[in-house]
Design a protein around this ligand. Structure first.
Ligand code: NAD
Ligand code: DAU
Length: 356
């Protein structure tokens, strides 16, 4: 990986048609030093040797340039910068044939404590990126979340689909919903070639230890008691981050312009079941956890119907054994202590200040 503060390389080779097969060669991945972005970059480097990637990242508390360590310097270039920095975007964006926008503040609990950076990065940042894409008519893919649809009752037989109305609950999900609306408006009003994907909860390597699965694994590894919000009955629909990366690529290259695609792997689990499995896989008593204060406005259940992605684009998840995926994820945190140990105490102190 090479590192620069501005500039880019390569020439645009965009070929955009309405029912299109798009073959990008020089992509700009914003937020590529975070969890999903870095896993996407790794996957593209391995799966598509003809693609050059520029990673643009502000290295917030959640970004770590070491997430790109070991990637080939002639394929991946790092640019330090904030997507709200219009002057920087004017220099960095030209020459790319696609922008994939992973850059965002991503954690619900943080958005409840302080929504300000969520509005800036997720809404205003997306606006400036859209403007930069429009200036050069660059293909734009927005990474969004199933949380824009609010939540489902635990016993609701329905799933979220592309037709489900937006009903976000938290400042985080409201900011992501706002960004999606901007992306749709730039398609309809200006004809910017866009797609949006709304994915469910990812798990896998490089996920920040503030998030549920890494937090509990690293709690156990540091002798802390794992912590369930509220009753632990809330349900999340888990997908391995590599399957998400494959789906994003399929949408970028074969998706219909102006369309939204939901990404999910039909893997609904209650938080309590996930935590008990983690404890068991780590050789602990599955009941050795505590219930703590619930998250305000806590969404009860997410569940995705990925039929459109499956039938239109032929995508299927490859990591279908969640227990095995969890086992691999636990091994990753056990063998990458230097990646998370320096930040663990500060994360727990921040939670303590929030009463969680
Ligand atoms: P993350 O917090 O791990 O990473 C976010 C990255 O964006 C970091 O590297 C950070 O430095 C960077 N960033 C933040 N603000 C920036 C700015 N203004 N300019 C440039 N870079 C900035 O988040 P994640 O979990 O990888 O999520 C990435 C995207 O995927 C987000 O848009 C999130 O809404 C979406 N998403 C996440 C999940 C999930 O399960 N984690 C599921 C669905 C959708
Ligand atoms: O659904 C997609 C979303 O998934 C993404 O848009 C978000 O960026 C991502 O952070 C994630 O949001 P969640 O709020 O679902 O993830 P989190 O890991 O914070 O929490 C998962 C569940 O676990 C949730 O019901 C809250 C609960 N939880 C979380 C933590 C940190 C606990 O019970 N204990 C905890 O310590």
């Amino acid at each position: 990986m090479t590192s620069h503060t501005s500039g880019t390389s390569g020439t645009p080779s965009t070929s955009l048609t309405s029912h299109h097969v798009f073959t990008p060669h020089n992509i700009l991945v914003t937020g590529g030093c975070g969890f999903l972005g870095s896993n996407f970059v790794r996957w593209v480097v391995n799966a598509h040797p003809d693609v050059h990637i520029t990673v643009l990242d502000a290295l917030t508390y959640a970004g770590n340039v070491n997430n790109l360590a070991g990637l080939p310097a002639d394929r991946v270039q790092f640019v330090y910068g904030n997507i709200c920095d219009v002057d920087m975007l004017r220099h960095v964006v030209p020459g790319h044939d696609a922008i994939i926008n992973y850059a965002a503040e991503s954690h619900n609990d943080n958005s409840i404590a302080d929504p300000d950076p969520f509005l800036r990065s997720n809404v205003i940042g997306t606006f400036w990126l859209l403007q930069a894409a429009l200036a050069h008519h660059i293909r734009f893919h927005q990474i969004s979340t199933d949380e824009v649809y609010g939540d489902l009752a635990l016993d609701d037989p329905h799933f979220f689909t592309e037709q489900t109305a937006y009903r976000p609950s938290s400042p985080y999900s409201a900011s992501k919903a706002s960004a999606d609306m901007l992306v749709r408006a730039w398609y309809r009003t200006y004809g910017l070639p866009v797609t949006i994907s709304n994915c469910s909860n990812n798990y896998g390597p490089y996920q920040h230890v503030e998030k549920f699965i890494p937090r509990q694994i690293t709690n156990i590894l540091t002798g802390r008691t794992p912590q369930l919000y509220g009753s632990g009955a809330n349900v999340r629909d888990w997908i391995h981050t590599e399957d998400d990366a494959r789906a994003v690529w399929a949408i970028l290259t074969h998706g219909r312009l102006g369309q939204t695609y939901l990404i999910g792997a039909h893997c609904e689990k209650s938080n309590k079941d996930v935590l008990r499995t983690i404890l068991e896989l780590m050789g602990k008593d599955p009941d050795d956890y505590e219930h703590i204060a619930d998250r305000p406005g806590h969404d009860r259940r997410y569940a995705i119907d990925p039929s459109k992605l499956v039938t239109e684009l032929g995508w299927h998840p490859l990591h279908t054994d969640f227990r095995h995926g969890l086992e691999e994820t636990i091994r990753w945190y056990e063998t990458h202590r230097s990646w998370w140990e320096p930040i663990k105490d500060a994360v727990e102190e921040r939670y303590a200040q929030q009463g969680r």
